[in-house]
Design a protein around this ligand. Structure first.
Ligand SMILES: NC(=O)c1ccc[n+]([C@@H]2O[C@H](COP(=O)([O-])OP(=O)(O)OC[C@H]3O[C@@H](n4cnc5c(N)ncnc54)[C@H](O)[C@@H]3O)[C@@H](O)[C@H]2O)c1
Length: 434
C-alpha cells in the first residue's frame, strides 16, 4: 500500500513516495504514453533541459492540481528537473489517466493523488493531500486548489509565494477573488497567454472534444445537426472541427459580437430554445451554469446526445434531467441514457464532465507543449519576481509569449520574415503617409 493519509486506490507494488493512484502495476503502460507525448513537446523539452542544468526551481515546494494526463506528466518531469519538489492531484474526477498516474509515482518519484472516476469526497481529499505538501507555489486548472486553500487551509497561505492558473474558468474565479480583496498571493493567468488560448482552447479543445464525442458514441457527424453553446476560443475550435466532419453546426450565444462572428463564419445562430428542437448533438463550452436545462431537455428529439466541454459539469442541469427521467442506464462507456416519462431518450456523455478528457485523452501533446511551456516559464518567473508582486492576477509577460511562439515555429521548421530597417522606421513613424 502506498504511503497516503487514507487510500481508496488499489495498489500492487510499494511506492517510495506518498500517493493515491488506482494501481501502481499500470506504470509500464503509463511510461510508454508519457514518452509518446513527450516526443511532440519540443518546446517544453528544451525548457526541461535548461532547467536540469540551471535548477531555477531549486528547493521550491509545488502543489499542482491539473488533469493527470501524459502531457501533464511531461510538465511535472520538467519542473522536477528544475529542482522543484512537486506533488500532483487531479483537477477533475474523470480526467485522470490511471496508468500515467502510476508511472509518475513509480518511474519519477512524483507524489500523485488521482484516480479516474473518484467521487466528490475523494476528489477534495486528494486536493487536501496535495496541499499538505505546504506549497510555495500552486499550479491550478479551474482554481479548486486555490479555493480550498483560501477557505479551509488558510494556515498554509503563509508559505505560498505565488501561483499559476491554466484555464478560462479558473482565471474568472481568481479575478473575482482579487476583486473581492480575498486573493492572498499573486497568480499568473497562463490561459491569457496567446500561445495558450489561441491554440490549446481552439485547436486542442476543437479536436479532442469531437474525438471524445465520437469515441463515446461512434455516431456519424456528417449530416447531423451539431449544436455548440458558446462561441469563445473553445467553441470556435469545436465548430470548425464538427463542420469539417460534415455536421450542420448551430451556435448559441449570449454575446452579440461572438454571435455575429459565428454567423459570418457560416454557422446558424439561434437561442437554445430553438436549437433544442433540432439538434442531434449538443456540446456546451461556455464556463456558465445551466446553459442546457429542463425547458431545453423537454424540447429535444428522441436520442439527442448531450455533452459538455466547459470546465465544470454545471453547464448542464443534470439534476433537472434526473428528475425528469423515469429510468437511466449506462448504455456504452461514458454514455448514460435517460428515459423520460413519455419514453423519449436523452444520452449524456461522461457525466457532463469535460468530454474530451472523460471520453478521450484530452488535448494532443503538441498543443499542450505551448500551454505547459508557459506553465514552466511562469513558475520560474514567479520564483524570480514574487517579492515585488501584488496579490492579484497577472498576465504572462509578452516577451515570454513571443519566445514560446518562436521556439514552436523553430521546432516545426517554419521560418518567418524579419523587418527591414526601412520597415521598422516606417512602422514607428507617424509622418509618412502614401
Ligand atoms: N475541454 C477542455 O479541455 C477545455 C480547454 C480550455 C478551456 N476549457 C473551458 O471551456 C470553457 C470556455 O472557455 P473559452 O476559453 O472558450 O472561454 P471564452 O470566454 O472565450 O468563451 C465562452 C463563450 O461562452 C459564451 N456564453 C456564456 N454564457 C453563455 C450561455 N448561457 N449561452 C451561450 N453562450 C454563453 C460567452 O459569451 C463566450 O463567448 C471554460 O470553462 C474553460 O475553462 C475547457
Amino acid at each position: 500500500m502506498p504511503k497516503s493519509s487514507k487510500s481508496n486506490g488499489v495498489t500492487a507494488k510499494k511506492s517510495s513516495v506518498p500517493c493515491d493512484v488506482k494501481s501502481l502495476s499500470l506504470a509500464e503502460k503509463g511510461r510508454g504514453r508519457i514518452e509518446w507525448a513527450g516526443r511532440t513537446m519540443p518546446v517544453l523539452k528544451q525548457i526541461a533541459d535548461r532547467f536540469a542544468k540551471q535548477k531555477p526551481l531549486k528547493g521550491l515546494r509545488m502543489s499542482a492540481c491539473l488533469h493527470i494526463t501524459s502531457e501533464t506528466a511531461n510538465l511535472a518531469i520538467a519542473l522536477k528537473a528544475g529542482g522543484a519538489d512537486v506533488v500532483l492531484c487531479a483537477s477533475n474526477p474523470l480526467s485522470t489517466q490511471d496508468d500515467v498516474a502510476a508511472s509518475l509515482v513509480v518511474d519519477h518519484g512524483i507524489s500523485t493523488y488521482a484516480i479516474k472516476g473518484e467521487n466528490h469526497k475523494t476528489y477534495y481529499r486528494h486536493i487536501t493531500d496535495a496541499l499538505n505538501h505546504r506549497p510555495n507555489l500552486t499550479m491550478d486548472d479551474g482554481a479548486d486548489l486555490v479555493s480550498v486553500l483560501h477557505s479551509e487551509r488558510k494556515e498554509l497561505l503563509e508559505h505560498v509565494w505565488g501561483g499559476t492558473e491554466e484555464t478560462t474558468t479558473g482565471v474568472i474565479r481568481l479575478r473575482a477573488m482579487a476583486n473581492d480583496g480575498v486573493l492572498q498571493y499573486p497568480i499568473v493567468a497562463v490561459n491569457d497567454a496567446m500561445t495558450k488560448h489561441l491554440f490549446d482552447n481552439r485547436y486542442g479543445t476543437g479536436q479532442s472534444t469531437v474525438d471524445g464525442i465520437i469515441r463515446a458514441t461512434n455516431r456519424l457527424l456528417a449530416g447531423s445537426v451539431f449544436v455548440i453553446s458558446g462561441y469563445g476560443w473553445c467553441g470556435r475550435g469545436i465548430a470548425m472541427r464538427a463542420k469539417g466532419q460534415g455536421a450542420d453546426v448551430v451556435v448559441t450565444e449570449i454575446n452579440p459580437l461572438r454571435a455575429l462572428e459565428a454567423v459570418m463564419d457560416g454557422y446558424r445562430v439561434m437561442p437554445m430554445g430553438d436549437a433544442a428542437k433540432i439538434g442531434d448533438f449538443f456540446c456546451t463550452v461556455t464556463g456558465d451554469t445551466h446553459v442546457i436545462r429542463k425547458e431545453h431537455f423537454e424540447k429535444m428529439k428522441d436520442g439527442a446526445i448531450v455533452a459538455n466541454s466547459g470546465h465544470f459539469n454545471v453547464e448542464l442541469d443534470l439534476t433537472a434531467l434526473a428528475a425528469m427521467a423515469k429510468d437511466r442506464r449506462i448504455i456504452r462507456d461514458f454514455a448514460e441514457e435517460f428515459t423520460l416519462k413519455g419514453g423519449k431518450r436523452i444520452v449524456v456523455l461522461g457525466d457532463g464532465r469535460l468530454v474530451n478528457l472523460a471520453a478521450a485523452e484530452g488535448h494532443p501533446s503538441s498543443v499542450m507543449d505551448m500551454s505547459f511551456a508557459n506553465q514552466a516559464l511562469c513558475s520560474e518567473w514567479m520564483v524570480k519576481n514574487h517579492k515585488t508582486l501584488e496579490k492579484r492576477v497577472y498576465t504572462v509577460p509578452e516577451d515570454m509569449d513571443r519566445e514560446i511562439a518562436r521556439l514552436k515555429l523553430k521546432s516545426m521548421g517554419v521560418k518567418v520574415d524579419v523587418l527591414t530597417a526601412e520597415q521598422e522606421k516606417y512602422l514607428s513613424s507617424w509622418e509618412m503617409g502614401t
